[in-house]
Design a binder for this molecule. Structure first.
Ligand code: ADP
Ligand code: MG
Length: 350
């Protein structure tokens, strides 16, 4: 794959000092966003996805702290920027759509005035021009009769329309990168599909690069080019989306896939992964997924595998990654072959 990264995150460590101890929300993670691509970051709730986004945006606040690593935007080190410089970058260069469209809009101002305010804050624009641009943006994100709706208040919009307004706000200053953090969690599935279509269309129209954060691997299949799967603060698998769905290499990814309804077949099983993600201030020894993993061996309880190359272009943090067969949802058997792993156990690249 040709490499033209607009954003590079290297060995990022973001943690929170809490009464329970140090919460390692992002634990030595690296990934890059290529120009014009949609990168998915997927994982269960509490795995550090939003903290990753906030780290990129320069919005980590006490008791949080970026302890190590680098974040480079167009080659420039974002972690050495001043607050004023980061304020200029947010919106103009990197914009974010937040999870909850209810709380992100101010109920006492009209939808239009909130977008205009952002445009005028970031660019030298007359009031009239900002208003015209706002109507254009509302139209762009699929608000019908935008000119008539621009002076409405947020409560006059449905949830899906409010999310469209937030997307209009995010793209109002023509950012290079859009980070969408679970942009459809609050919406029903039909509206959800429309929002993803919208992001797709805007990505093409404006040539943006997008980071799409979600807990739903099904969403990734529909929208992303590449994906990073996170578990308990760490990236545990990275792959091109097609490769990932053809042969997921980490048992956690395989588990997430089993929990997608109707991925390839109407008869596929829906099986959530047993257990829950560990307390990030007290990770288990060895592989942090081992307590939930049906394939875990003694080694997994002791050795922290780290992200490693397991096949050409494929990385996973699992010492048994080479032992899993192709993924098959249609038969109701995922072909994981615990036997294959057992007989292959311990024989890997170490
Ligand atoms: P996700 O977005 O994947 O659901 P988050 O990135 O929001 O997860 O959170 C990752 C971890 O960081 C969680 O354990 C969460 O409790 C912790 N965390 C996030 N923000 C704070 C904070 N302000 N103070 C303490 N812990 C936090
Ligand atoms: Mg989140």
């Amino acid at each position: 794959m040709s490499s033209d990264p607009i954003l590079e995150v290297e060995n990022l460590v973001t943690q929170f000092q809490t009464e329970e101890g140090v919460v390692k929300a992002v634990d030595h993670n690296s990934f890059s966003l290529q120009r014009g691509e949609v990168l998915g970051i997927v994982g269960e709730s509490g795995s550090g996805k939003s903290v990753t986004a906030m780290s990129i945006m320069g919005l980590i606040e006490h008791p949080g702290e970026i302890k190590a690593g680098e974040i480079r935007y167009n080659g420039e080190d974002l972690l050495s920027k001043s607050d004023a410089e980061m304020r200029a970058i947010r919106g103009n260069e990197i914009a974010m759509v937040f999870q909850d469209p209810m709380t992100a809009l101010n109920p006492v101002y009209t939808v239009g005035s909130q977008i205009q305010r952002i445009i005028r804050k970031h660019t030298d624009t007359t009031k009239q021009a900002a208003r015209e641009r706002t109507i254009e943006l509302l139209d762009d994100v699929g608000i019908p009769e935008a000119e008539a709706r621009v002076d409405d208040y947020p409560h006059q919009f449905s949830g899906g329309m409010r999310q469209r307004v937030l997307i209009a706000m995010a793209i109002s200053c023509d950012p290079e990168i859009l980070i969408a953090d679970e942009p459809t969690t609050a919406l029903d599935v039909t509206i959800e599909a429309q929002i993803f279509e919208l992001l797709d269309r805007l990505q093409e129209k404006y040539g943006m690069s997008i980071i799409l954060i979600t807990h739903d691997l099904g969403v990734v299949a529909e929208t992303c080019d590449r994906v990073a799967v996170v578990y308990a603060g760490r990236i545990i698998e990275r792959a091109a989306v097609d490769d990932l769905f053809e042969s997921p290499r980490h048992p956690y990814t395989r588990g997430l896939m089993r929990s997608i309804p109707n991925l390839r077949s109407a008869v596929s099983r829906l099986t959530p992964i047993e257990g829950r993600i560990p307390d990030l201030s007290a990770l288990p020894p060895g592989c942090s997924f081992h307590p939930r993993c049906v394939h875990a061996t003694e080694e997994c309880r002791q050795i922290d595998p780290g992200l490693r190359t397991v096949a050409p272009g494929r990385e996973a943090a699992c010492i048994h990654a080479q032992g899993y067969g192709p993924y098959e949802t249609t038969t109701g058997v995922d072909g994981d072959g615990a036997d294959a792993v057992a007989s292959d156990g311990g024989v890997d690249d170490e």
